[in-house]
Write a protein that binds this ligand. Sequence first.
Ligand code: NAP
Ligand code: GDP
Length: 322
Amino acid sequence: MTSEQQKRVLVTGGTGLVGSAIKYVIENESNKKNQNEEYFFISSSECDLRNREQTEALFKKYQPTHVIHLAALVGGLFRNLSRNLDFFRDNMQINDNILYVAYQTGVKKVISCLSTCIFPDKTTYPIDETMIHNGAPHDSNFGYSYAKRMIDVLNKGYAVQHNVHYTSIIPTNVFGPNDNFNIEDGHVLPGLIHKCYLAKKNNTPLIIWGSGKPLRQFIYSYDLARLCLWVLREYDSIEPIILSVGEEDEVSIKEAAEAVVKGMDFQGEVKYDTTKADGQFKKTASNKKLRSYLPDFKFTPFEEAIKYTCDWFVKNYDKARK
Ligand code: NAP
Ligand code: GDP
């Protein structure tokens, strides 16, 4: 192969839940195909991507040909509820900087990350890739949702005006090692794992927030990482693609909590605090498009992935983000 075919892949958000899973998969499941790829995993301590000059300096330093853009202000329902404006402003700045500097420096491919929680609140199900802009998002996370939707607008703009083909992926709720296990700020699964750990230690009940009735499709971070690498290597459209388990694998928050209870081997009392918000009831997504490309991709069974994540948290309690 010539050096021109060498990929220099910059992974923004490289220290987060998804970025660290990609690093793990690259380092542990490497195959011949990726021998001509060099990866650079970046955290906010190296570059604040809200800042244009720092972003330009980052691209000058690494000279990427490809970017997996994961960096974002991210959080669970309760962090979104309290900081919608920050979610909008930070993510708009980060995304505009990344795509503009990538375009200016001749990056060939950028994969940015949307989320199934940005889709219209009032919609038909299952959600698919064509429905992103069809109506207002759920009020609880409107800042994050509108900022993420603008990535799709930017991708279209760069394609139409500059003939540059940048794309996006749409994962459902992600979980796994290196998640943000902070109880107030994090997503439901890391929050429940942490709360279960404390309930077990202190001999107190596990409190699940809300009614337990909302439905979610959860994707294990390592499965998502494998799919991100497939998108990097094989997926050539600028149109977004949903990366999700099937509709039949949707579970209630109650069922997810039961998997955590089992994974943590928690024998104590479980209670619901219905004074806490439920958020969006469901955001059932279709993975038909993904399946049309990868009919045989095997997702890790949910309970197995939960068990691995629980064990990781217990083992890494001191260093885990919390
Ligand atoms: P995460 O664990 O919270 O990690 C966020 C990453 O972004 C960290 O590496 C963080 O760096 C970096 N970052 C944040 N602000 C930054 C800034 N101003 N400048 C530079 N870097 C910054 O997030 P994640 O769960 O892996 O999410 C990755 C992507 O997936 C995001 O785009 C998110 O919107 C999307 N997504 C996530 C979920 C989910 O359930 N988690 C679901 C759908 C889509 P530090 O480590 O230095 O803080
Ligand atoms: P979402 O999927 O974007 O809404 O975000 P989350 O991952 O934060 O999931 C929120 C759902 O889980 C809501 O129905 C919450 O009521 C419920 N939930 C139950 N316990 C917890 C918890 O400890 N933390 C969080 N973040 N949500 C919880």
